[in-house]
Ligand binder design. Structure first.
Ligand code: ADP
Length: 277
């Protein structure tokens, strides 16, 4: 076994442990000693091919829905991971939902109303670019609701996700964790590259100025709302190749754990098929 394949064996995300202090510093945004991009990319390509095949049987099996949630600060790579990793799936079996500021109508409902409507049905994969977690992140940090309102939401989210899990929605939640320096680099690129200017918003700078408040809010959300049924993963995201490998591997392992099967053909159909021959 080569040095890099041995290293790849250990390159795997672990669910957030609610009982330990979650470190969300610069180190956690990197994977020290991770293989080079040249080593990671072929391994990721293999995982993506496997993901494509697993989705086929997942869709045919039809017993479960899969909900993948991506959260992260601005420019942390949510769009990139969705394009690269979720791009491996057959688009017919995937629905992507992005959550921006709630509309006037959405604000007149409970915060989970808009979310529940786009939870994928069984056989489908749902990908969330941001999610109901904004209601304990942006809402908390920007003081868009009173503390008693957002504090009550951790339990509400846990109850909601538990209910989904009991209804065979498999939930996986990824926090794309970038360091402050890497976010600066990415935001600067948005300013420098005319094809990326449109992605830059003044709000991004306001949120960057509240870096530590967001760190506290993320730490609470990740430790208070992680469970066997709906685990959170901190994805070191300063390097795209590391991020993509880790997310792809976690998804492959998730789908493999479901013992998916192609449905057996009915006896009637089998007989008709024989006659057809
Ligand atoms: P993105 O920045 O992800 O490309 P948008 O600019 O459309 O997409 O919307 C994202 C913004 O919407 C973020 O600033 C996010 O904090 C905000 N947002 C999302 N959900 C909520 C919410 N429930 N309450 C307040 N702001 C929210």
């Amino acid at each position: 076994m080569s040095r890099s394949s041995k290293f790849l064996d250990g390159l795997r995300l672990a669910p957030v442990d609610p009982s330990s202090h979650l470190s969300l510093g610069t180190k956690a945004a990197q994977w020290e000693g991770a293989p080079s991009k040249a080593e990671l990319e072929p391994a990721t390509r293999q995982l993506l091919e496997r993901l494509h095949d697993l989705q086929d049987v997942f869709h045919a099996d039809g017993r479960y829905a899969l909900l993948i949630i991506f959260q992260g600060r601005d420019a942390s790579g949510k769009d990139g991971v969705i394009r690269t990793v979720c791009g491996a799936f057959n688009p017919t079996g995937v629905q992507v939902a992005a959550f921006g500021p709630p509309t006037a109508l959405e604000l007149r409902h409970d915060f989970l109303w808009r979310v529940h409507q786009v939870v994928p049905p069984r056989g489908m994969i749902g990908v969330f670019n941001r999610s109901h977690y904004e209601d304990v992140l942006a809402v908390r940090v920007r003081e868009l609701a009173s503390e008693d309102v957002w504090r009550a939401r951790y339990d509400q989210i846990n109850a909601f996700e538990q209910m989904l899990a009991q209804n065979r929605v498999i939930i996986r939640k990824c926090f794309l964790h970038v360091s402050r320096d890497e976010q600066r680099t990415q935001l600067q690129e948005r300013l420098d590259d005319p094809t990326k200017n449109w992605k830059f918003r003044l709000d991004d700078l306001e949120d960057r100025a509240r870096w530590d408040d967001y760190t506290d809010a993320y730490r609470d959300a990740l430790t208070r709302c992680t469970s066997d049924a709906a685990p959170w993963y901190v994805v070191p995201s300063d390097r795209k190749s590391v991020r993509n490998y880790l997310v792809a591997r976690m998804l492959v392992e998730t789908l493999e754990s479901l013992s998916l099967e192609y449905p057996r053909i009915d006896d009637d159909v089998r007989k008709a098929a024989k006659d057809f021959k």
